[in-house]
Design a protein around this ligand. Sequence first.
Ligand code: ZN
Length: 153
Amino acid sequence: MDCPFCPPSVAAARFAESELSLALCNLRPILPGHSLVVPKRHVARLDELAEDEVADLFRFARRVTALLKRQFGGTGADWTVQDGAAAGQTVDHLHLHVIPRFAGDLPSPGDWWPRLEASRREPPDSAARPALSDDELRALAGRLRAAWAAGQP
Ligand SMILES: [Zn+2]
């Protein structure tokens, strides 16, 4: 299986975990701190999660969001799941986008959606969502791993 959100693909990007969930740096962040929370088990859709996985994912995502808000100065956050192709899901492993937000970070608060969509299109639209370099990813994941280990919210 060649899934970008299952091991070994996630090794460089993962920065926190719970019993049943992982937190990953998004390789194409639309704002600083944009991360993903995924179940450890490879499932595509929300209704494939067991009850304990739902609870773990939600509790863990709340802790990860608190960490990201502290690290990136967010006073709010967007959570979004594209559940199914009709909703815009492009990776067949369920993932929750967590985007720390603060007032004035985008021209309009809802502007994150076209940026998320932009990565599917050809340049120049996709330039709205440039990829992190390997060095940037290594530095970011290392910083977040250290912060998570130092004080889990
Ligand atoms: Zn997977």
